[in-house]
Design a protein around this ligand. Structure first.
Ligand SMILES: Nc1ncnc2c1ncn2[C@@H]1O[C@H](COP(=O)(O)OP(=O)(O)OP(=O)(O)O)[C@@H](O)[C@H]1O
Ligand SMILES: Nc1nc(=O)c2ncn([C@H]3C[C@H](O)[C@@H](CO)O3)c2[nH]1
Length: 225
């Protein structure tokens, strides 16, 4: 497999997108192996705010958004500077969570405005970098039922609906935001993967088919030999 980019910098940057539990980290890992390159995972395990947010979203929403924004900015800056890269959720998805937090009364209008200003400022900085945007966004689409079962299967304690029934409505909201977000995403070419029927985690043939689908798209974009 030969990866090369005919564009600026000789690199390929793929970003993964999709709702909670869609399979982004899993596919990012597989793509990283396929590409033979680094994967920038979302900051979850050492995140000092995430579990607090799930306990008390009103208190911690703004802090969590700033935390993720900072981490995502750091990751994409590094990815833009390095060779081929895969990003498990990117800065372009940040506003989706922020807007939902605003709708739910977890951040104030002032916090929303300050955050949006900061995000715009950061995105402007990225425009000044040698590589200006991802080469491809891979969106994993799953049904709400699949989302819930994957969250349960993965088993992060603070995400479990069993211990906090109110979370089901939050997950429904997050899930509901994604179709429009994907339609409106126009920063780079994009591709949608059916994460319900394709088991790229346990079925090697399904994984091969997904990688093939992504390779084909990269070829059409003249990014892959
Ligand atoms: N296509 C799939 N088929 C079967 N199982 C899957 C699939 N995708 C993911 N899973 C499983 O679902 C769970 C969640 O996957 P993963 O952590 O990759 O999701 P994620 O999109 O990165 O989630 P988050 O948004 O919370 O970071 C894991 O247990 C994973 O093994
Ligand atoms: N509120 C909020 N804002 C974000 O920007 C954001 N990004 C990710 N997450 C949550 C979802 C998963 O539980 C977990 C891993 O994706 O982290 C977020 N939560």
């Amino acid at each position: 497999m030969c990866w090369f980019n005919l564009e600026e910098e000789n690199t390929i940057l793929i970003v993964l997108a999709g709702t909670i539990g869609a399979g982004k980290s899993s596919l990012a890992k597989a793509l990283g192996e396929h590409l033979g390159t680094e994967v920038f995972y979302e900051a979850v395990d050492n995140n000092p705010v995430l579990d607090l947010y799930y306990e008390d979203p009103k208190k911690y929403a703004f802090l969590l958004q700033i935390y993720f924004l900072n981490k995502r900015f750091e990751s994409i800056k590094m990815a833009y500077r390095q060779d081929n890269n895969v990003l498990d959720r990117s800065i372009f998805e940040d506003e989706l969570f922020l807007t939902l937090n605003y709708k739910n009364g977890n951040v104030t209008k002032t916090e929303l405005d300050i955050y949006k200003d900061l995000l715009a400022n950061m995105l402007e900085e990225l425009e000044g970098m040698p590589k200006k945007r991802p080469d491809l966004l891979v969106y994993i689409d799953v049904s709400f039922e699949t989302m819930l079962s994957r969250i349960a299967q993965r088993g992060r304690s603070f995400e479990q609906v069993e211990s906090q029934p109110g979370l089901e409505e939050y997950y429904n909201q997050v899930h509901g935001e994604y179709p429009e977000w994907y339609e409106n995403y126009d920063v780079s070419p994009k591709i949608k993967i059916d994460g319900d029927s394709i088991d790229f985690v346990n079925n090697p043939e399904d994984l091969e088919a997904v990688l093939q689908q992504i390779d084909d798209r990269l070829r059409k974009l003249d990014l892959l030999a």
